[in-house]
Design a protein around this ligand. Structure first.
Ligand code: BGC
Length: 653
């Protein structure tokens, strides 16, 4: 509907009706108005599946929801380093939204992983803003290609679950611009989300839901956001201040008191009427964008969705260790599969993203019939006990042992942060017992964030599945047997110990004022700058083939602010099978005296290569790739000097 018609509709509303459009109708719906032909549309979680609740609503993933495809969580999908894979997830989500008549899905979740302990890291995409942006943009584009709204969240500086509703993130301007705002910036500019959700917390003293600087000046003024802004569920503290600052919709509803307060403020002039009109217009614009394009008889193909979930996970899982080419497994080898997760995988996290899956495929469903394959439970998740003797005996008899281990449900959920990075001790004990008798031991991990691996030197293979969605078992089989060559790369660092992380002394300790003391040195920006050894670095991941880099070319020696630098490099698959490589281009600045990260990822591209094939990857780097945020001029600024372009090839630890 064009903007004049929307203005006309708003002009026909009473003040109370206008106010009611700024507050949810109920837990999951935006207000409608039959008299003016305005439908009431639905919003539903996100971000890696549809949690459409037909009955009572809740925002903790407790109540039931309609069956939906549970795609790999953000931690996994982002590791594909392939925006087209994120887009595929988005397209499937959008299709199901059309079939379920959901106008907007609440995702992607794009907060930066500031510490591995954040309980919601499994939903988030990366410790790096470029990866977060590119992968987030992919999902947004996919969702919106189906005429359904996406809702990047939680804007802004919401990087812990502890006291998330009351804490005050104290972040300096430069860090905000370079890390936390940057994590949303390009996605908003490029993919143009229909809506954005603010977070619960305050930022430098002002609630995100009342923050004019971020919601109006930056999102709309600088980044051209033209959708509507909604609060997280219950994040509206003062509805009048929120609407005045640029908030359009306070969720959830009903909220008669909020409606009354907005109405009274508009009537007595505390809230200018044109500001209220503006909020209602923004909401209606998106409501009609969906309702006018809603496909009434859309039917979702769940089998195709399940296959899509499998594909996403096969492109995303990361091969972390593969000594003596212990993987891929070969037909005819005697393999023992160990662990409860072999038959009942852990594939999603807890909280508002919790999906009622269409069906779950375990690795056992796929490999259980193979010759020479056997199963031992090994550990019991409920009693937290192990049968090390049985597991070791079976492992000894086999050619290889594959243990499925990881974090149980209770370890990773919205609302709670972890306090350590360990998987349960009983699982570590079991791995040690098996590895002691079987030199060809492989650990397959289900977890949504980094874990310590005390047994890393005693096993030959590690495959990181993250929380791989409902088809994770199919993907695991594809990768373990080499039907698909692993190509995921870590979008976050795996530290050796939690004590090594930049936020260790205060993360999970500060509850009210949470000071982002590490500033820009988040994730690899910290480890690489202070040269701290890590278990697995950002960007890391192995393949069953090998790649060689050659012929790095820059098209100029020096550049001005207005120019772009073209970087090209040849990549060759030097192994015997087809594979995919993630070409990562970093910029290392000259030393400026400031504590600037030693290098930052500025471009990446995933390419597929047949054996012996060479491809030239070319990327353009603009001023921004070299710039830092200058707090004196409040703008991006490139200190003059020498910069190095670094291309990361496979690192072996
Ligand atoms: C979460 C959001 C979610 C909302 C609705 C909140 O608790 O932080 O991510 O979209 O609930 O369920």
């Amino acid at each position: 509907m064009d903007s004049n018609k929307i203005k006309e509709l708003v002009s026909q509303m009473t003040v109370e009706e206008k106010a009611s459009f700024c507050v949810g109708k109920d837990f999951w719906h935006v207000q409608g108005l039959e008299r003016l032909g305005i439908p009431s549309v639905m919003l539903t979680d996100g971000p890696h599946g549809l949690r459409k609740q037909a009955g009572t609503g809740d925002h903790l993933g407790l109540g039931s929801s309609n069956p939906a495809i549970c795609f790999p969580a953000g931690c996994a999908t982002a590791s594909s380093f392939d925006p087209e894979i994120a887009e595929l997830v988005g397209v499937e989500l959008g299709k199901l939204c059309q079939a379920e008549d959901v106008s907007t899905i609440l995702g992607p979740a794009m907060n930066i992983k500031r510490s591995p302990l954040c309980g919601r890291n499994f939903e988030y995409l990366s410790e790096d803003p470029l990866v977060s942006n590119k992968m987030g943009a992919g999902e947004i584009k996919g969702i919106q290609s189906q005429n359904v709204g996406a809702c990047p969240k939680h804007f802004l500086a919401n990087n812990q679950e502890l006291y998330r509703q009351t804490s005050n993130s104290i972040v300096d301007e430069q860090t905000l611009r370079e890390i936390y705002l940057a994590s949303f910036e390009d996605a908003v500019k490029e993919a143009k989300p229909w809506t954005i959700m603010c977070s619960y917390n305050k930022i430098n003293g002002t609630y995100a839901s009342e923050n004019e600087l971020f919601m109006t000046d930056i999102l709309r003024g600088e980044w051209d956001f033209d959708g509507y802004m909604m609060t997280d569920w219950g994040a509206c503290d003062n509805p009048v201040d929120s609407v005045a600052a640029g908030m359009d919709l306070c969720m959830p509803g009903p909220g008669p008191d909020n409606v009354r307060r907005i109405k009274e403020a508009a009537e007595d002039g505390t809230l200018p009427m044109d500001v209220l009109d503006r909020a209602v217009e923004r909401v209606l614009n998106i409501v009609f964008r969906y309702s006018e394009n809603h496909v009434k008889d859309a039917v979702y193909d769940f089998e195709a969705g399940h296959e899509a979930a499998r594909k996403v996970e096969t492109e995303s899982a990361i091969l972390l260790k593969n000594e003596d080419a212990v993987l891929p497994l070969k037909e005819g080898e005697k393999i023992v599969y160990i662990g409860e997760y072999v038959k009942a995988p852990r594939y999603q996290g807890g909280g508002s993203s919790h999906i009622n899956p269409y069906k779950i495929s375990s690795v056992w469903d796929e490999v259980g019939e193979k010759d020479g394959v056997s199963y031992v439970k090994g550990y019991d998740l409920k009693t937290e006990t192990i049968d090390a003797a049985a597991a070791a005996a079976a492992a000894k008899e086999a050619d290889k042992a594959v243990i499925f281990a990881g974090l149980p449900d209770s370890y990773e959920t919205e609302g709670l942060d972890r306090t350590h990075m360990d998987i349960p001790r009983y699982q570590n004990d079991l791995i040690a017992a098996v590895a002691a008798v079987q030199p060809n031991t492989i650990v397959v991990l289900h977890n949504g964030s980094p874990v310590s691996m005390p047994w890393i030197d005693d096993v030959k293979g590690v495959l990181e599945l993250y929380l791989g969605g409902e088809a994770v078992g199919l993907a695991a089989a594809d990768l373990l047997y080499g039907k698909v060559n692993p190509s995921g790369r870590l979008t976050e660092t795996f530290p050796i110990r939690i004590e090594d992380t930049p936020t260790y002394p205060y993360y999970g300790v500060e509850k009210d004022d949470v000071k982002y003391r590490e500033e820009r040195l988040v994730g690899y920006r910290y480890y690489e700058t202070v040269k701290k050894p890590v278990l697995f670095p950002f960007g890391y991941g192995l393949s069953y083939t090998t790649f060689a880099y050659d012929n790095l070319q820059l098209d100029k020696e020096a550049m001005t602010d207005a120019e772009e630098l073209k970087v090209s490099v040849d990549v060759t698959n030097t192994g015997a099978i087809a594979g995919k490589e993630v070409v990562q281009i970093y910029v290392a600045p000259c030393r400026t005296g400031a504590v600037r990260p030693v290098r930052e990822l500025r471009a990446f591209e995933k390419i597929a290569l047949e054996p012996g094939e060479t491809k030239t990857v070319t990327v353009s780097l603009s001023k921004r790739a070299f710039a830092e945020w200058n707090v004196s001029i409040h703008d991006w600024y490139v200190p003059s000097g020498v910069y190095q372009i670094q291309v990361l090839s496979l690192i072996h630890i």
